[in-house]
Design a binder for this molecule. Structure first.
Ligand code: GAL
Length: 417
């Protein structure tokens, strides 16, 4: 059954229930953290497609980049026995929630719509708990990007960097010209965003996998990790004094308006450029983070479904899952979000040069083994180890901690279970 047929059949069931006076209007409560300009435009599309199916959208937005606040809110709701229909949860955290026994099985729609044949096997595996689909994937974000304002480069007499050395040369020139070289928000997940791109650039994908996915102690304590912290320490010197606590999208705005030259950030930043009416290749450049052109750190957003007691709530969940996977939604959502569709069968026609590059690099990196999960975006390791690792990186960014001490602390943090 395709998603249109499923919608029709679920809605017919609602109509029958309503006629008998038994069923309330279908509703989905969705917990998400898509509150910046580009994100809000994207989530509005999801709401629109649900409304078109006759489902009422109950918005449960919790602001805060990368979803730390949203995750706290979710835990409180689940513990109190009032889980939302769906929540923006991704990566290994899906398995952690599965173990709690609170997830809904959405195979009724996933099997009917043949999700296994539409999704890459690695993605399908992330969306399943013990073989059953429990989450619907929304997109693929690439994290190892550098967002650059070409007008700032020009003013500073700098050129677009492809390597770490070129990056530092450009940063020196931008700083010397009196502008901020690196736009950044001092928050642990943003610190880790820079850290992971530097680790990938300095050490390559095999090192990244060993150190930041397998948490291999030899890789964590070796010379490449020391070099990574040395480079990160140097990057600190190009960040302005007011970075502490700054939201990621405000840092992106500094690049958009020419106050700063460059930002390390996933391509949700592109959603901000797009919302501001800026054109890639003209007003801004999307460059692979220095030294990482052949690799790809992925971040897949997904909506995790929670067990609901009422039949009508379960049905609206299936409609939400079906809407998320529809080609129409995957196209319009990702055009606004800066990401690319996660499923096959979506037209590439309207996507811009950054998205096309992301699509091509996703394919080539997956063939070459250079496709790796993003640590900062919660795709690489369990939540406990991730939290401990991000704490160390944040401490390094906010103190005079030496690279040696950071390496030792990181290796210890990686043992957190
Ligand atoms: C990521 C998420 C993106 C984007 C970003 C900033 O973790 O996957 O969709 O919203 O955080 O909040």
């Amino acid at each position: 059954m395709n998603h249109k047929a499923l919608s029709a059949c679920v809605l017919a069931a609602f109509a029958a229930g309503a006629a008998a006076g038994a069923t309330a209007a279908p509703e989905v409560e969705v917990l998400h953290y898509w509150t910046s300009g580009g994100e809000a435009r994207s989530v509005a599309e999801l709401k629109k497609s649900l409304t078109a199916k006759g489902v009422t959208w109950k918005d449960f937005a919790v602001a805060g980049g990368s979803g730390e606040n949203a995750s706290t809110a979710l835990k409180a709701r689940v513990i109190s026995g009032s889980a939302p229909s769906a929540a923006q949860v991704k990566g290994p955290a899906i398995q952690e929630w599965g173990k709690e026994g609170v997830l809904a099985n959405i195979d009724a729609v996933a099997v009917a719509e043949k999700w296994d044949s539409l999704l890459p096997p690695t993605v399908a595996a992330i969306m399943k708990y013990k073989g059953n689909y429990v989450a619907a994937p929304v997109n693929v974000h690439r994290v190892n990007w550098l967002w650059v304002n070409p007008a700032v480069l020009k003013k500073a007499g700098a050129t677009a960097p492809a390597t770490m050395d070129e990056f530092f040369a450009a940063a020196d020139k931008i700083k010397a010209a009196g502008m901020i070289a690196v736009a950044h928000g001092g928050m642990p997940w943003q610190d880790t965003t820079i850290f992971e791109s530097v680790a990938l650039g300095v050490g390559g994908p095999e090192f990244y996998k060993k150190a930041l996915v397998q948490l291999d102690q030899a890789a964590l304590t070796g010379p490449v990790m020391l070099k990574t912290f040395d480079a990160l320490g140097r990057i600190k010197t190009y960040i302005d004094r007011d970075a502490a606590g700054r939201d990621w999208n405000l840092a992106t705005a500094m690049v958009i308006n020419g106050k700063a030259g460059m930002q390390f950030m996933g391509d949700w930043a592109k959603g901000e450029f797009a919302a501001a009416g800026k054109k890639p290749g003209v007003d801004y450049l999307c460059l692979p983070a220095p030294g990482t052109a052949k690799a790809y750190t992925f971040n897949i957003d997904s909506m995790l479904m929670f067990k609901k007691a009422k039949a009508e709530d379960q049905k609206s969940q299936l409609l939400l899952a079906s809407a998320i996977m529809s080609p129409e939604f995957q196209e319009v959502f990702n055009l606004n979000k800066g990401s690319i569709p996660v499923r096959s069968g979506v037209s590439k026609a309207k996507f811009d040069s950054c998205a096309l590059q992301s699509m091509a690099d996703l394919e080539s990196s997956s063939k070459s083994g250079a496709l790796v999960p993003s640590l900062s975006a919660s795709m690489a390791v369990g939540t406990a180890a991730q939290g401990a690792i991000m704490d160390v990186i944040a401490r390094f960014m906010n103190s005079k901690m030496s690279s040696q001490d950071a390496v030792a602390a990181l290796a210890k943090a990686a043992k957190t279970k």
